[in-house]
Design a protein around this ligand. Structure first.
Ligand code: DOR
Ligand code: ZN
Length: 339
């Protein structure tokens, strides 16, 4: 009998589900294998009101149909959110996501300048109400340096608001890994793709648009630092796929959109990676245990049975090309048990 691996209540702590037609096309890919996900608010019109959060959650639930899956909703950070507003929202959201203005897809309404005084009112209210802050931490500097340049900003915020849980989203650098150790209230999500690729895979040979994302994949020494904490399921890191679907035409074009679609293969490839490094026993904490503790959530119960048997990844999912399209990977999802 082929080798099997059971994952209990896997969580994706950073996911783009989109809206409209794209939501219909891709939502089930995550809802099938994960029991829940932190859903990003960077829609074409960012999610900034209670009504928008509630309505978006409804649309997600409709799109996932019968699947047992909890969308953990987020709000798009604005520096004028006040305490009363956040109090009224607390029951409907799990976190607030802050984007520097213009740094990635649909982030033009984000924050420009990280002056503590300007952010004080909202961040203090979030801290008091225990609403975690997720940040896309990149400056608008040179593309390879953007995340490292943002680390001092993370540190300033972590020091100014010591009770606020700050999640450094999709970290890609050794500098971010090191910052985790310096501040009790800093945490991080790590994607599958940043554990697997470096800039060489994106642009070292022929250009690979399906591996283009923000933050861009970095240097081998950065990937090593990410692998080190992920493979031991360091208590401050969690899996967040940052699976970000774009239509094939928007990727295979001059002016390629940033984002890698990993939802359909994420757990299978994580199993392959953790096995390769002899760390399979840590995978459960990386994809579920740490997130439960950091976010204080009790996820829906779902058991994913992975089996070691070769599987050829589809060329596309409703016109969205996944990572490893047409390649053979080592694990398949054999069964998903609701319970
Ligand atoms: O590559 C990315 N794509 N990075 C992000 O931060 C956003 C995402 C998207 O929404 O497409
Ligand atoms: Zn993202």
């Amino acid at each position: 009998m082929p080798q099997q691996l059971l994952l209990h209540s896997p969580l994706d702590m950073h996911l783009h589900l989109r809206d409209g037609e794209m939501l219909q096309k891709i939502a089930k890919e995550s809802a099938y294998s994960f029991c829940g996900a932190i859903v990003m608010p960077n829609l074409t019109t960012p999610v900034t009101t209670k009504e928008a959060v509630i309505a978006y959650k409804e649309r997600i639930k409709e799109a996932i149909g019968e699947e047992k899956f909890e969308p953990y909703m987020t709000l798009f950070f604005k520096s004028d959110f006040d305490r009363t507003f956040l109090e009224s929202l607390k029951a409907h959201i799990t976190a607030i996501k802050l984007y520097p203005a213009g740094i990635t897809t649909n982030s033009f309404g984000g924050v420009s300048g990280f002056d503590i005084q300007t952010l004080q009112k909202t961040l203090q209210a979030m801290s008091d109400l225990e609403i975690p802050l997720c940040i896309h931490g990149e400056t608008n500097g040179f593309v390879m340096d953007r995340e490292a340049e943002f680390v001092p900003i993370y540190e300033r915020l972590a020091t100014a608001f010591p009770k606020l849980k700050i999640i450094m989203e999709h970290i890609t650098t050794k500098a971010s890994v090191e910052a985790l150790e310096r501040h009790e209230n800093l945490y991080a999500t790590i994607t599958l793709h940043h554990l697997l690729i470096t800039l060489d895979d994106v642009a070292g040979g022929l250009l690979r648009p399906h591996l283009f994302c923000k933050p861009i994949a970095k240097h081998p020494k950065d990937r090593e630092a990410l692998l080190d904490v992920a493979l031991k399921a360091h208590p401050k890191v969690m899996f967040g796929s940052d699976s970000a679907p774009h239509p094939k035409e928007a990727k295979e074009t001059c002016g390629c959109a940033a984002g890698i679609f990993t939802a359909p293969i994420a757990l299978q490839m994580l199993a392959e990676l953790f096995e390769k490094h002899g760390s399979l026993e840590k995978l459960g904490d990386f994809v579920s245990g740490n997130a439960k503790r950091i976010y204080s959530i009790t996820p829906l119960s779902k058991t994913v049975v992975l089996e070691k048997s070769p599987f050829r990844v589809r060329e596309h999912y409703n016109g969205v090309v996944p990572m490893f399209a047409n390649e053979t990977i080592a694990y398949i999802i054999k069964e998903v048990i609701n319970g």
